[in-house]
Design a binder for this molecule. Sequence first.
Ligand code: ADP
Ligand code: MG
Length: 695
Amino acid sequence: MRNIPAIFGSMVFNDKVMREKLPPEIYEAVKVSIDTGKPLELEVANAVAAAMKDWAIEKGVTHFTHWFQPMTGITAEKHDSFIKPKGDGVIMDFSGKSLVQGEPDASSFPSGGLRATFEARGYTAWDPSSYAFIKNNTLCIPTAFCAYNGQVLDKKTPLLRSMQALNKQALRILKLFGHTNVKKVNTTVGAEQEYFLIDKSVFEQRLDLLCCGRTLFGSKPPKGQEMDDHYFGAIKPRVAAFMQELDEELWKLGVLAKTKHNEVAPAQHELAPIFTTTNIATDHNQITMELMKSIAPRHGMACLLHEKPFAGVNGSGKHNNWSLSTDTGINLLEPGDTPDANAQFLLFLTAVIKAVDEYQDLLRMSAASAGNDHRLGANEAPPAIVSMFLGDELTEILEALCNGNGYSRRHKKTTLEIGVDFLPRFPKDTTDRNRTSPFAFTGNKFEFRMPGSSSSISGPNIVLNTIVADALCEFADELENSSNFTEDLNNLIKRTVKAHKRIIFNGNNYSEDWVREAEKRGLKNFKSTIEVLPCFIEPKNVAVFTKHGVLSEAEIHSRYEILLENYSKVLRIEALTMIEMSRKQIIPSVISYEKDLAATVEGMSNIGLTPAYEKELLRDLSLLLSALNGATVELERKVNAANGMEHFELAKYYHDEVLSSMNALRAVADELETKVAKKYWAFPTYTDLLYSVRL
Ligand code: ADP
Ligand code: MG
């Protein structure tokens, strides 16, 4: 039995290690930096770097890297060794300057026009609020990534800024309730990660999985997920061995991997960590995805993180559980025990309601990607309409507050005055029954269920933190000037709930009725990435990001460009992959089958038999093959016609024109697959893929 507590965090230069290895005054200076975001003095940085290097070398490390999160959505690293020439040999050296700042040549990272190529250099700066760690024998230093003019080019910096914005506004509110002892409010996140595991041998035979992470062809398997026999089913030994290794590697890196189970679809699984500060949760989720990908091959498998690896089968999401907590350990979304605490809870809850309603578009946008378009709005995932689930009891309480009728639970009508009366207790376990809501209150946190499995959780949390900060800011502006706090608080909550209650929906979000009802309520229904992306640059949304110092107008425009560009690129690669698979794999395999069939027809005729069925099949194949060829040519024409377009026009063209041609090509190919004998078909089928891990 391995000693897990001893393994946990063993590859992290964490607080415990720093306390041990750093002189007390240096340790204190680092703590101040972590808490306040103040840059380290060079002298302190030198001491920390030296201690980090010695600690890493003891563990066999020879290189370090600034580990950062450019707009590609994955992490980037450029490795430098510790060696420094001395006499005829070398010494191992790591300076404070190398720790706090790096200058990767960044010309190949997306910048959305923020950085001209001649200003190739960007710089990376250590984020001491996320600990350094050792991965693949390399010391990784979590860093923020900026252009030389200071404009941010990554997913970490705006996240840190949004956390600061929320901290500032939440502290204003807490002060109004007399909590002057609270120094900091953090947002916390637990990201549940869904993924697929398939056998490596079948994975490698699929060009679409290799190039695009999802299947672009494949007819429906006879058995999908209809028996519900995979969800929470017994975990196969090979998968269990993978999960065990993954857990241990994650624990070494200080990631609080907690639960693991089989998901709805065959070959689908989930991992959930224990929640932590948003910044660290985001870093940890990136590490988790990276390790899933790298550990799977050691078990003869490939890990698929795409939102929709298989059409017609459940896709993968990433539930973003989000809350607010104080440095004194109080969860601000936990209904309290006193009328005062209840009032405070209702105010924070109301802020979230207002924020989600006012910025439905931004939240929806934060989950939008070419991959997630196959999931959102389809019948198994949250719909594309943003709404909030609060549960019947809490909704009833809010309604009673608004219309002054009193709350009638347990046959007793009681009126509620916020700040004076207790909230009735509502049991936590009744609050999470609705699994269809995109944004659900689950007792003491919100679960945002739209984000896709492959994307960084940075985007959704930047939006959430910023919009809630904005609502809290408005509340604080009003209440700080109040002469009768309780009365004004009551009015503010009632007025806000009334104005935004259209966003609350506790019913079945998958039903057609809801789509109609949502439309009546005036809720937005952005069906695709291309529909929702332009909202990023709308004045009200630019205003909220700039007001709270999260993103500048130039940074927003650059991100918008990057998102559009990324969308077009993904679709282009998918279209080209389809064309190649059609020409080099599907058409030749159908022709081989036809050839053998034709020989059979001829042979049968020669001995006086009538090959009726064989001829009919041959005719069907021939017709389908020419349709396939036509669809391939058409798709190619569409892709070529995109030349010269750019930005929104290009992305929209890919969505409106190329995607439909891809679907048309797939439909013919999938029909052909059902008619061609298995041994001729050029690549593994859905059944081969979904049931490839048997033991
Ligand atoms: P389930 O969704 O299956 O009901 P849980 O409620 O236990 O599971 O938690 C799901 C995720 O929510 C976990 O990652 C958990 O750590 C996280 N979580 C729990 N409390 C909080 C919180 N206060 N802030 C952020 N995430 C939280
Ligand atoms: Mg969940």
